[in-house]
Design a binder for this molecule. Sequence first.
Ligand SMILES: [Zn+2]
Length: 127
Amino acid sequence: MQSKELLFVNKTSVGERYVTVALADRISFNNAPISPEVAQRFLELVGAGNVCIEFSARKTRCRWGTAYKKKGRIVLYRHSVWMLLHELAHIQAPAGAKHSRVFARVLDGLFAKWQQATGAAGAKGGL
Ligand SMILES: [Zn+2]
């Protein structure tokens, strides 16, 4: 499925109180579209190739993504780089971490890996 156009939002996901990535970067990455192919390559790069990811065409205002940790499954309603990183952090953080500091460290680490993988291209870069 082709990625849908992203409607620009001047905000990022909820529950990122402890994340150290700058808000401007989070917003930028939340407005950076990601394709299923690039998402899959990133999952494999971070050792999460077994995670199943669904790019839902459903439009929701209140929810941009969902992670099913036990099933190893992510559903993205907002097809952005940031939402992939956020939901993947839920999968990789220990059970029960929710939006804790532990979750934030995992998300910070995934952001760093994304940057390493895309180099100077950052939010706009594919893999
Ligand atoms: Zn969350």
